[in-house]
Design a protein around this ligand. Structure first.
Ligand code: PML
Ligand code: MG
Length: 256
């Protein structure tokens, strides 16, 4: 599902007072489901799009595709919520944890700049971990991770696991499944995510090394900025990497 809204921005510096129409991303969601679940999931996605804290969309696109290949299996990342009282403290934690993975300060600074930008992206930005090069082909759209899901039996287990941590909701579930697919890709050293929803202030960093680390107060309430950045190994095959993220079906397994 993809929900968006057209906005008209006045270009004040242009003498003719031309106005430009651009599309702003409101909400997106994707998953792998049994055919029998399509009506219920489509309905949930539409409701979500129509009741979003970023505003009312003027376009909602639902794409339903049959997946013919057998999905790959990847393990669910372990979840930890760390204590964090402010965005400044969040940045200290982010620098500490990501530099331990040999991600350079230059790269982390660029990631934070992207995530603080007013112009949000529908997908993730890709930055090389050491040299801080931006490598996604479309910088406005980014790379949208898709074709990811969890089997019905594991979905139940995931609900129980997150209930124990008092975080059993669809935002955490979907972010955790996405982060687990992303972390299973060996050319990705880590991910950072700040929600672009103004009423959601917990973000995360994730990697195979430290799992899914939730960071409360990563941004202030009411802020509309956010997004995802993936830190990529220098010599990665970028085409294969993007194909994996966007096209390869992956089902997340709970191994406990
Ligand atoms: C989003 O808005 O889709 C990002 C959600 C991040 C979830 C972080 C968490 O609470 O675990
Ligand atoms: Mg959002």
């Amino acid at each position: 599902m993809r929900a968006s809204k057209k906005i008209r921005s006045q270009e004040s510096e242009v003498k003719s007072q031309k106005s430009e129409i651009s599309e702003t991303h409101i909400s997106g969601a994707e998953g792998l489901y049994d055919a029998s679940e399509i009506p219920r999931i489509s309905n949930d996605y539409i409701k979500r799009a129509l009741n979003h804290s970023k505003g009312k969309p003027d376009k909602i696109v639902i794409t339903i595709e049959e997946i013919k290949e057998k999905p790959l299996k990847s393990p669910l990342l372990p979840v930890t919520t760390i204590e964090c009282d402010s965005p400044a403290q969040a940045e200290d934690i982010i620098f500490q944890k990501l530099t331990e993975l040999n991600i350079s300060r230059k790269t982390i600074n660029l990631a934070l700049k992207i995530l603080k930008s007013e112009k949000t992206m529908r997908g993730a930005a890709l930055i090389t971990a050491k040299t801080g090069r931006r490598i996604e082909p479309d910088r406005e759209r980014g790379v949208r991770v898709s074709r990811l899901g969890i089997k019905k039996t594991d979905r139940k287990k995931l609900g129980q696991l997150l209930s124990k941590l008092h975080i059993n909701n669809s935002i955490v579930k979907e972010a955790l499944i996405l982060a687990s697919k992303v972390a299973s890709c060996h050319d990705i050293a880590a991910e950072i995510c700040i929600s672009d929803d103004p009423d959601y202030t917990t973000g995360y960093i994730a990697s195979r090394d430290f799992g899914y680390l939730r960071i409360p107060n990563i941004k202030n309430y009411g802020e509309m900025n956010g997004g995802r950045v993936f830190f990529i190994r220098e010599n990665a095959d970028v085409t294969a990497l993007i194909n994996f993220l966007e096209k390869t079906p992956v089902v997340i397994k709970i191994l406990i």
